[in-house]
Design a protein around this ligand. Structure first.
Ligand code: CP
Length: 303
């Protein structure tokens, strides 16, 4: 099989993404029916985490088990990577022993280095640039409720960091129209917008972004790595909280998503996750099915 990585959303074209999302839904139904499907028997996933995770780790680990394989958790602190072993060398070593590698690190260059050196597929499990695996789950969730997202109106309200940038590149790949509402100072990086933002509009007013939207998305105001700016950000993002009243400005069929973990009372109202328009816990659950579909695609090809 040809070696393929999943480092950036645009590593796959739209047709591949649409088949991947449909396959994720199919795998979800198979799992619900209790069908055993173990095409990855004897295969191993190495999971390198330089930052904490609940959803990504559990989805990959449970996903590998369900597919008949095994996942190996490697924290930076417990491996030689934490003592300065070069990413290039580590990628070559792991390629001798495992079938696929997943990395979460803020350092995109490290992921790129792994992909360049590895002889097995490498998956970006979140960097400070993008979180492509989260987008797969979000697109599956939208697909399961509303069908294709092509041409839909999507609003991202909040920090222009990695989830916002993921939505910008997703709008380019999946062909939906995106409006981002953030304070001027926390807008997404201009280079990223220039590269992937042909369907992206930047505003400062959350109401303007959300108006008639089919999907509204947000993320925490202080992501991992921004802990020292928490107070400054709390002040800067006042007025950007997603509330039930704000969602009333959107389409009557709007869906609300959040990659989690959330800070209730900050970027979302205390009870927003219980709002009938919120599909956030289902979205989290779809991390499992979409990552299984991704592993299947990278290791044995399309089914
Ligand atoms: N959304 C997400 O990636 O969650 P974790 O940080 O828990 O993996």
């Amino acid at each position: 099989m040809t070696l393929r990585h999943f480092i950036s959303l645009d590593d796959f074209d739209l047709a591949t993404h649409e088949r991947l999302v449909a396959r994720a839904s199919e795998l979800k139904q198979m799992h619900r029916r209790g069908l055993r499907y173990e095409p990855l028997r004897g295969r191993t996933l190495a999971m390198i985490f330089e930052q904490p995770s609940t959803r990504t780790r559990v989805a990959f680990e449970a996903g590998m088990t369900q597919l008949g394989g095994h996942a190996l958790f490697l924290s930076e602190n417990d491996t030689q990577l934490g003592r300065g072993e070069l990413a290039d060398d580590a990628a070559k070593v792991l390629s001798e022993m495992v079938d696929v590698i997943m990395i979460r690190t803020p350092d995109q260059t490290k992921i790129d280095t792994f992909a360049a050196a590895a002889k097995v597929p490498v998956i970006n499990a979140m960097s400070s640039l993008q979180h492509p695996c989260q987008i797969l789950a979000d697109m599956q969730t939208y697909f399961d409720h509303r069908g294709s997202i092509r041409g839909a109106k999507v609003a991202f309200v909040g920090d222009g960091f990695n989830m916002c940038k993921s939505y910008i590149i997703a709008s380019h790949v999946y062909q939906f129209d995106l409006t981002v509402a953030s304070p001027e100072r926390f807008r997404p990086n201009a280079d990223w917008v220039a590269r992937y933002g042909s369907r992206t509009r930047l505003v400062t007013d959350p109401e303007a972004a959300v108006k008639d939207a089919d999907l509204v998305v947000t993320d925490v105001w202080s992501s991992m790595g921004h802990e020292s700016e928490q107070l400054l950000r709390l002040r800067a993002f006042q007025g950007y909280q997603i509330t039930a009243k704000l969602l009333d400005q959107a389409s009557k069929d709007v869906l609300f998503m959040h990659c989690l973990p959330a800070k209730r009372g900050q970027e979302i109202a205390e009870d927003l996750l219980e709002d009938p328009r919120a599909v956030v816990f289902e979205e989290a659950g779809n991390r499992l099915h979409s990552q299984k579909a991704l592993l299947e695609l990278l290791l044995i090809g399309e089914r």
